[in-house]
Design a protein around this ligand. Structure first.
Ligand code: FES
Length: 370
C-alpha cells in the first residue's frame, strides 16, 4: 500500500536527482523500480544477456553499470530526468529526432525476459518513446503517476462501488438455515355485540308508546264502563220495582158458562180464583173463591171425586162452599167481589175480599144469585 502512495512532481524529480547525484546505478529493487521508471530501463547489453533479467534481479544487491549507461552519460553518471527532458526539448527545438542512443536502448530492453511485474511498468511509461512521438513534461509525469498509483486520480475515475449487499447475505449461515418463525395464531376475539341501531331504538320507543297508549286507553275505557254502569245502577235505584200483576178486575164469561154444582179451575193458574156455581145456606149462588190456604198460604187442590179442596201442605180440607172442615186451617177460604158487567159477563174484582167469619159473605157483592 505504501508503494501506491501518490508522489508529487517535486518528489519524483528529487528522487531522480538524488540518485543521479549519488552516481548509483539503478537497482532492481522493487521500490526503486516503482518510483523511478528510468531506473528500470536495462542497458543494451542486458538484451544480449538474458541472464541479467533472472529472478536474481529482485535481490537487493545493486546492479552493475551497463555500457549503455556509460554511453548516455559521460563520466559514467546516468542522466537525470531533467537532463533527458532538456535534451529532448533541445532536439525538438532544433527539429532533430531524439537520439536513438537512448530510445533504442529503452526499446530493446522492454521485451527483456527479465521483465517482472516490477520491470513491466517502466515499459508502459516509455511507450511514447517506442512510437517515436515526442512527449511533454505533463504527459511524462502523468505516466509516472499512473505507474506509481494505478488507482483513480479523480472522483470521476473512481469505479463505482458495488451495491451494498442485502442484509440477508450478512446474516450467518445458522441464522439463514434457521426454520422460519411460525407466527402464533391468537384465538379469535369474542365478537362484540352489535350496537343497537337507531331503528331498533325507534322501534322500541314506538312499541313503548303504543303499549302505554294502549294501557291508558284500556284504563280510560274501563273507567268509562264503570261510570256507565254506576249511572245505570243509580237510575235503576231511582225507579222502584213494579210487579207486573194482572189487573184486579177480569171477566170470566157469562153465567151459562158455569153450570150448577160446577167448580171452574181454569182461572187458578192465571188469576188464582175458583169460579163455583154451588149452594150456600140453601141459596144457589155463583161466587169466586180465593186459592190460598188460610193456614200458611199454600194452594189447595180441588178433588172432584171427593168434592173438596185439599191443601197439600198440612192436609187442611175445605168444602165446596169454602168452609174448612179438616186440618190446621183456622177459618174458611175468602171470596172475591163478583158482579155482572155491562156486557152481561161476570166480572171478578180481586181488590176486594170477603171473609165468612166476619159475616162478609152475606154481602151481595160477594156472590151472584142464579
Ligand atoms: Fe194449608 Fe197448612 S197451608 S193446611
Amino acid at each position: 500500500m505504501a508503494e501506491k502512495k501518490k508522489l508529487t512532481v517535486a518528489e519524483i524529480l528529487a528522487a531522480a536527482r538524488s540518485s543521479d547525484g549519488k552516481g548509483e546505478a539503478p537497482t532492481a529493487s522493487p521500490v526503486a523500480s516503482d518510483s523511478r521508471p528510468e531506473d528500470a530501463l536495462p542497458a543494451e547489453g542486458a538484451s544480449a544477456k538474458p541472464t541479467a533479467a533472472k529472478p536474481t534481479a529482485a535481490k537487493p544487491t545493486p546492479a552493475k553499470p551497463t555500457p549503455a549507461a556509460a554511453q548516455s552519460a559521460p563520466g559514467g553518471a546516468r542522466p537525470s530526468v531533467a537532463d533527458i527532458l532538456a535534451q529532448a526539448r533541445a532536439k525538438k527545438a532544433s527539429g532533430e529526432q531524439p537520439a536513438a542512443s537512448t530510445a533504442p536502448s529503452v526499446k530493446a530492453k522492454a521485451p527483456a525476459p527479465a521483465a517482472t511485474s516490477v520491470a513491466t511498468k517502466p515499459a508502459v511509461a516509455t511507450g511514447g518513446a517506442k512510437t517515436g512521438v515526442q512527449r511533454d513534461t505533463a504527459s511524462i509525469l502523468a505516466a509516472a503517476r499512473a505507474a506509481a498509483k494505478p488507482g483513480p486520480t479523480s472522483k470521476a475515475d473512481a469505479p463505482t462501488r458495488p451495491a451494498a449487499k442485502p442484509r440477508e447475505s450478512v446474516k450467518p449461515a445458522e441464522e439463514k438455515a434457521a426454520p422460519p418463525r411460525t407466527v402464533a395464531t391468537l384465538p379469535p376475539k369474542p365478537v362484540k355485540p352489535a350496537k343497537k341501531s337507531a331503528t331498533e331504538g325507534e322501534d322500541r320507543r314506538g312499541f313503548m308508546q303504543i303499549a302505554l297508549g294502549s294501557a291508558m286507553a284500556m284504563g280510560f275505557t274501563a273507567l268509562s264502563v264503570t261510570g256507565g254502569l254506576f249511572t245505570l245502577g243509580l237510575a235503576r235505584f231511582m225507579f222502584p220495582n213494579v210487579l207486573a200483576e194482572p189487573p184486579s178486575k177480569f171477566k170470566v164469561g157469562f153465567k151459562d158458562g158455569f153450570p150448577q154444582g160446577k167448580v171452574e179451575t181454569k182461572y187458578v193458574a192465571q188469576y188464582g180464583v175458583w169460579v163455583v156455581n154451588g149452594d150456600f145456606q140453601g141459596q144457589q149462588q155463583i161466587y169466586a173463591l180465593k186459592t190460598v190456604c188460610t193456614h200458611l198460604g199454600c194452594t189447595p187442590s180441588w178433588l172432584e171425586a171427593e168434592q173438596k179442596f185439599k191443601c197439600p201442605c198440612h192436609g187442611s180440607g175445605f168444602y165446596k162452599d169454602g168452609v174448612n172442615f179438616e186440618g190446621p186451617a183456622p177459618r174458611p177460604l175468602e171470596r172475591y167481589a163478583i158482579r155482572t158487567a155491562d156486557d152481561g159477563q161476570l166480572e171478578i174484582d180481586k181488590s176486594k175480599a170477603f171473609q165468612e167469619e166476619l159475616g162478609q159473605w152475606a154481602d151481595p157483592d160477594s156472590y151472584i144469585t142464579v
